[in-house]
Unconditional design. Structure first.
Length: 318
């Protein structure tokens, strides 16, 4: 089954980014957040009023790969190029409080991440844009609220969508250039990942596509996954056994991330990338809806509770 979105699903209608990602719903305030990685922006829309505002790093070399909720709904955990910090919508500032320990810090940047059920941050880092083709130098870190850091996976290409099952004993993680969402067993007491195996390989679902890269995903409480498949114009929805349920087609080629939200839990929000997202000289025209609609955010109201996992809260002080 295939469901198709159109430009009527664009939300908000007055915004278009370059590489929108990291979409996050906060049920406490009915608020939607996302990032534009390549320009270092974090955006907020309060859905009750549709008020839209944003924050941006002061430095042009900065980026934001992922965000997390904190105990203060007006302050976000942000994963920047060099480490993690807070984006404060009261002071309108983004500031680091922890830097990553890797030696080749200039080559890497944050990509996708989540806060786990225990309040820790899991964040992937990868080759940054100015350094050409992606190398197998990416890592997946776990950072505790007291800022202890462990490397959970090393030698990754593009660490991407990730989630824990409801019991917290299974971990799902994407490495985009392997075309695979991987599944691990997880022991929280010892912080150990084991028994890595393939959950789904996107080549099996898109045999005619040269590079069906799984990007960000959202998981439901019963383990179903909606994974955004970059360069295919689709989201693939699979059940907890990895069997296809449906596809959602969008009027943009590059689909990046999705989340479930809305006061009734019946909405799907999706981020996309502009076809020229890495060309900072290219004009991103919010009024042009005549061709590929990459860079817009899409909102699908299903009318049915999608049973999405709620976002966890970072355990650190703010």
């Amino acid at each position: 089954m295939t469901l198709e979105l159109t430009k009527a699903n664009i939300f908000p209608t007055n915004y278009r980014g370059r590489l929108t990602e990291g979409i996050t719903y906060d049920q406490r305030t009915n608020t939607l957040f996302w990032v534009d990685i390549i320009v270092g922006e974090v955006h907020r829309v309060q859905l009750d009023t549709e008020t839209h505002d944003s924050l941006k790093w002061d430095s042009q070399e900065e980026s934001i790969g992922a965000i997390g909720l904190t105990t203060d709904p007006t302050i976000l955990l942000v994963c920047g190029k060099y480490g993690i910090g807070y984006a404060n919508f009261n002071t309108h500032k983004i500031e680091y409080f922890f830097k990553y320990p890797h030696e080749n810090s200039a080559r890497l940047r944050s990509n996708d991440g989540i806060v786990d059920p225990w309040g820790n941050l899991w964040i992937g880092v990868m080759t940054d844009f100015p350094y050409g083709d992606v190398q197998k130098e990416g890592k997946l870190y776990r950072i505790t609220p007291d800022l202890k850091i462990d490397t959970m996976v090393d030698g990754a290409f593009i660490p991407n969508g990730l989630a824990f099952n409801e019991r917290g004993d299974e971990f799902y993680w994407t490495d985009s250039l392997t075309y695979t969402i991987w599944k691990f067993d997880y022991d929280h007491e010892t912080n150990t990942l084991s028994n890595r195996r393939e959950f789904i390989n996107l080549k099996d679902f898109y045999p005619d596509c040269e590079s069906p890269e799984p990007d960000g995903f959202v998981m439901t409480n019963n383990g179903e996954i909606y994974t955004c498949v970059f360069s295919t114009s689709t989201i693939l929805h699979v059940d907890n056994q990895g069997k296809e349920v449906e596809r959602i087609k969008l009027p943009a080629k590059r689909i990046t991330c999705a989340t479930i939200g809305g006061e009734k839990g019946d909405e799907l929000f999706v981020t996309t990338a502009h076809l020229e997202h890495d060309n900072l000289q290219a004009v991103v025209d919010v009024s042009d809806t005549s061709s590929d609609l990459g860079g817009f955010i899409f909102r699908l109201k299903t009318g049915t509770d999608l049973n999405g996992q709620k976002k966890n809260i970072w355990g650190g002080k703010v």
